[in-house]
Design a binder for this molecule. Structure first.
Ligand SMILES: [Zn+2]
Length: 203
């Protein structure tokens, strides 16, 4: 049994994704041993995060400004929107430098086990963007860049149906799927190998 202040922090840390009781204990005792300066820096960083980071009201990414720099960037192609589940997915795609369009962050995917999570997703906001366009520009293509797992597939099918209902001419695409670089055909699972074959590219 720990002191009430340690217990309080334990409870708070255990709410973080991927943090169990043991990890939470390790963090707390690391901070207690490392001293006030390191903890002070962490507290300041968290405080700054809460004070400055907001949601971009167009793409729903987290940013220090709304609209965010990507939504404000005049060089971006405003006719194409790439839909991702989480801000970290946006960051990963952005790092490739391969996407010059806009983004839309859903803040999750449809989870069949959690019926109440659907209204929390930024789906209504995506449909509204497709309906009204980006300023004077009409959105002509939406890329669904969600994970190819069951919740991702469920969400993409739902979005395809709803988007087509708003604009039957809208081009809806998905990320190509196939073998990762350096993969060995013999060890690829059936779904990956099947996808690689059906999404083969012409040379
Ligand atoms: Zn934005």
């Amino acid at each position: 049994m720990y002191s009430p202040s340690i217990e309080r922090l334990l409870t708070a840390l255990k709410k973080l994704p991927g943090v169990g009781a043991h990890t939470a204990e390790r963090y707390i005792f690391h901070w207690l041993k490392s001293g006030k300066r390191e903890v002070g820096e962490l507290v300041l960083a968290l405080k700054k995060l809460m004070e400055t980071v907001k949601s971009c009201e167009r793409c729903w990414n987290f940013s220090d400004a709304s609209p965010c720099p990507i939504c404000r960037d005049a060089k971006r192609d405003r006719t194409t929107v790439c839909v991702v589940a989480e801000p970290a997915d946006l960051a990963a795609l952005e790092r490739t430098g391969a996407w010059r369009g806009l983004y839309h962050v859903l803040r999750g995917v449809i989870d069949a086990t959690e019926a109440e999570n659907l209204p929390k997703l930024k789906i209504k906001e995506l449909l509204a963007r497709v309906k009204t366009g980006e300023g004077k520009t009409k959105i002509s293509e939406v890329v669904l860049a969600l994970n190819p797992d069951l919740p991702g597939e469920t969400t993409m099918l739902y979005l395809e149906r709803e988007l087509k209902r708003i604009n039957p001419q809208l081009i809806i695409t998905r990320l190509a799927r196939g073998l990762p670089l350096g993969a060995d055909l013999r060890y690829a699972d059936d779904i990956t190998l099947g996808n690689a074959l059906s999404h083969r590219i012409t040379r």
